[in-house]
Design a protein around this ligand. Structure first.
Ligand SMILES: [Fe+2]
Ligand SMILES: [Fe+2]
Length: 175
């Protein structure tokens, strides 16, 4: 899979057939209040948390589907992997051990709002390995763990080098 191409597609999903399929498969989760709340949160520089989970989820969906894995659970776990509602970019607003703690905070939030499968739980809990435990064991959790890092790096690169018109920019007016 071409990560760069799929990452660019994740910024404009309606335009591509695979993106439209993803949006249909994830419709129920994407239209939830819990995911909606992510739209006003910052995440990586100019990229908001909603766009981040959307990109991680879409890339994971494509890779899992290509490999004949459980791509629906992979995408759903990925959509919920950063389901917490504080601004981690501000020291006074985040818990002291944010990097280690936020997977379990996200898991708790996801469990209270959705019916999760064991695989979705594992995906959320292990997405920060090796910074935080546990280590991803399933192929699906390994994919999300890796796509989280791929997308995070691309988001920072796009924030630094993309022009004013780039759709990846975090839209401040939506805050
Ligand atoms: Fe995270
Ligand atoms: Fe993430």
């Amino acid at each position: 899979m071409n990560y760069f191409r799929e990452y660019r597609r994740s910024l404009n999903l309606e335009r591509y057939e695979s993106g439209r399929e993803f949006l249909i498969d994830m419709k129920a989760t994407l239209s939830s209040r819990e995911i909606e709340r992510l739209k006003v949160l910052k995440h990586h520089m100019r990229v908001g948390r909603y766009q981040h989970v959307l990109s991680v989820s879409y890339l994971s969906y494509m890779l899992a589907r290509e490999r004949g894995l459980s791509y629906i659970e992979t995408a759903r776990g990925a959509l919920l992997h950063d389901l917490y509602y504080y601004d981690w970019t501000q020291r006074d607003k985040r818990p002291k051990r944010h990097n280690r703690l936020h997977p379990s905070i996200a898991l708790k939030n996801a469990e209270s709002a959705f019916e999760l499968t064991p695989l979705e739980r594992e995906i959320i809990a292990s997405h920060m390995w090796p910074i935080a435990q546990p280590r991803p064991e399933s192929a699906e959790a390994k994919i999300v763990n890796r796509m989280d890092k791929v997308c995070s790096n691309l988001e920072i690169a796009y924030s630094l080098f993309s022009g004013k018109k780039s759709s990846v920019r975090f839209k401040k007016e939506k805050q």
